[in-house]
Design a protein around this ligand. Sequence first.
Ligand SMILES: NC(=O)c1ccc[n+]([C@@H]2O[C@H](COP(=O)([O-])OP(=O)(O)OC[C@H]3O[C@@H](n4cnc5c(N)ncnc54)[C@H](O)[C@@H]3O)[C@@H](O)[C@H]2O)c1
Length: 256
Amino acid sequence: MADRVVITGAAGDIGRALTELFLARGQSVIGWDFDARRLADNDARFAERYRSIPVDVTDPASVDRAFAQTMAGGESVQVLINCVGAVTQPRLAETREVDWGRDIEVNLSGAFRCLQAVRPAMIAAGGGTVINITSVNGVAMYGYPGYSAAKAGLIQLTKFAATELGPFGIRVNAIMPGTVRTKAWDERLAADPAILDNVKKYYSLRDVCAPADIAELAWFLACGPSRMINGAIIPIDGGLTAGIGLVAGEFCGVEF
Ligand SMILES: NC(=O)c1ccc[n+]([C@@H]2O[C@H](COP(=O)([O-])OP(=O)(O)OC[C@H]3O[C@@H](n4cnc5c(N)ncnc54)[C@H](O)[C@@H]3O)[C@@H](O)[C@H]2O)c1
């Protein structure tokens, strides 16, 4: 029987790539998101073995409702992919209390709520897999203070949950992308159409990720061949967090 996979942020570009890949490989997908228009597009695009459920992950009651709707047929959930994400301000200078709170709610507390919602059902079913989409912003400074703190928190939540839930057969891992070309970049691209080309020089592979790259890694983490991987934070960042040749070159006075 197909696994039932809950993908939060399913109306986003990475969420859609995840949905497409998991459906193509025979799984059932329940897409959670608060963007009603894009969820309707998903419904039109992915009819078979796909269902959208509207949810606002910043609202505990909304997450509880979405989980109840997900379980209404009596079947459990084998995989949860926490992919909701959003940013507010890029610098501390403009970050107000409300921005900070929003970043933490959307990117960290939202993932906590979704994890807590599925956890008892996964324990009752004897196991499951949780994949949290964090970011390179969780391990170094690339702008967006509240978002970065939330993504760092998500890394720690991943390790905590992996350790507590491992004995129940639940694996919890995180994917840590660098730049991925998605609609999350639209506003910055409108201000500077060359922005994505310009950042490529900081990546040793001289390229940025496509949403499908993230989906392939999530597939690996959800499947049998990764059965001994738990609590891992896996970068998929074209080498960004390994080092930046331009910076090393400045330090050493040579070219990398
Ligand atoms: N694009 C990148 O460069 C990049 C880099 C590193 C990590 N990530 C992470 O990947 C994930 C997906 O990002 P993306 O680039 O596809 O962005 P996206 O904007 O295309 O998708 C994010 C989705 O989350 C949904 N969402 C936001 N707030 C919500 C809420 N409160 N309740 C329910 N849904 C909500 C949005 O409607 C959207 O569909 C995020 O967690 C993001 O932080 C992205």
